[in-house]
Design a protein around this ligand. Structure first.
Ligand SMILES: Nc1ncnc2c1ncn2[C@@H]1O[C@H](COP(=O)(O)OP(=O)(O)O)[C@@H](O)[C@H]1O
Ligand SMILES: [Mg+2]
Length: 348
């Protein structure tokens, strides 16, 4: 058996998969999928399983990772984890909105304009403010702007199509708190500081100037984050801070409603998405899907806590059963790897 980890353009992006393999005493090869001879390297390694870490920082690398994975899986029939579909949905809000609409999955109404004229026409006729503008890629709220008036919207449209690019945060996340402490910590670690600066530079250079994505504003105090990895389900609330829940890192751990898990179980079963996190708003009595991610950040060492006990839910014999335990070690990569091995019938 030969495991190949396909890292993206960021050198450290394979680390958590590598640690997961080390913990199970599995040997592996790491290949940079963004290198020029990626195909030859992978062919020589004769992989029986590809472990993926899709790019989610800039559009060019996102496109490259998607294309190469499609060739490896759809043309060369190599098994991969997580699935191609989940990689395509990852960090692509535009594609996600088409996918949700075509599958009749409730979500905030979304408008994508490639023509400035169409966007301006929309601005002239829209009466619902605020409205939300989002860049296609943009973790931790960096690409999300709440436009409060027609003037704001017109300026956003002008900036985007004039070549300046859609508005987004380029530097550190001020909402996360502890900025000074984080700054000092980084100064003491030059390697980490350098890679952070490279991330900010890459994000700043990646300008979105060809289209805009607008979305109906959904008032909310929190988003549910539900994670499904194989048969394990987790959920917690991400609480809002300065208009956004993403990136604030403020969580609330409580027992989620059964309907929430039912909603996610149905969606993920129907669409064959067995290793994803789904972010949802609860609005007017329905769940609206905001994001679907196969790889997601994890700021605490667990994803779920019920009555002060960390653990997971599973659906067993028609019942949701809570099981105490530490299932999210190594930012859930250990659980992902166990699921990947099980799914592809590879013995641990
Ligand atoms: N349609 C919306 N209405 C109101 N607030 C929104 C909407 N979409 C996103 N937000 C807020 O902005 C945050 C970031 O948006 P999101 O789409 O999750 O992007 P990302 O997490 O990739 O930055 C969300 O966590 C939410 O609090
Ligand atoms: Mg989000």
């Amino acid at each position: 058996m030969s495991i190949v980890i396909l890292r993206n353009e960021l050198p450290d992006s394979s680390k958590k998969w590598e640690l997961a393999c080390d913990r199970k005493n599995l040997s592996y090869t790491t290949i940079d999928l963004t290198s020029h001879n990626w195909f030859e390297q992978i062919r020589n390694a004769k992989p029986s399983l590809l472990l993926l870490k899709p790019s989610g920082l800039t559009a060019p690398y996102k496109e490259l990772y998607d294309e190469r994975i499609r060739v490896l899986v759809e043309e060369c029939n190599l098994p991969c984890y997580p699935s191609v579909k989940s990689v395509l949905l990852y960090e692509n809000k535009r594609f996600l909105s088409f996918w949700l609409k075509s599958n009749d999955i409730d979500h905030p109404e979304t408008f994508v304009f490639y023509k400035k004229q169409e966007a301006s026409h929309f601005a002239n006729n829209n009466e619902d403010f605020p409205i939300v503008a989002k860049t296609n890629i943009g973790a931790s709220g960096s690409g999300v702007t709440i436009l409060k008036s027609k003037n704001d919207l017109e300026l956003y449209i002008y900036n985007t199509f004039s070549g300046m690019g859609a508005m987004k945060r380029r530097g550190p996340n001020l909402k996360k708190g502890g900025l000074l402490k984080r700054g000092f910590k980084l100064l003491l670690n030059p390697k980490k500081l350098k890679s952070k600066i490279e991330v900010y530079e890459a994000r700043a250079a990646d300008i979105q100037k060809n289209f805009i994505l607008l979305q109906e504003f959904i008032p909310h105090d929190y988003e549910w984050r539900v994670v499904r990895i194989g048969k394990s389900f987790f959920a917690h609330k991400k609480l809002i801070k300065d208009d956004k829940t993403s990136g604030s890192l403020e969580k609330s751990y409580e027992n989620p409603p059964v309907e929430l898990f039912e909603f996610v179980r149905n969606l993920t079963d129907t669409h064959d998405l067995d290793s994803v996190s789904i972010d949802l708003f609860y609005h007017n009595g329905i769940y609206l899907v905001n994001e679907i991610q196969c790889i997601f950040g994890q700021s605490d060492s667990f994803q779920m806590k019920v009555n002060e006990t960390i653990g997971r839910y599973t659906f067993l014999k028609n019942n949701w059963v809570f099981e105490a335990g530490d299932f999210n070690t190594n930012e859930s990569y250990d659980l992902r790897l166990s699921h990947a091995l099980l799914k592809h019938s590879i013995e641990e």
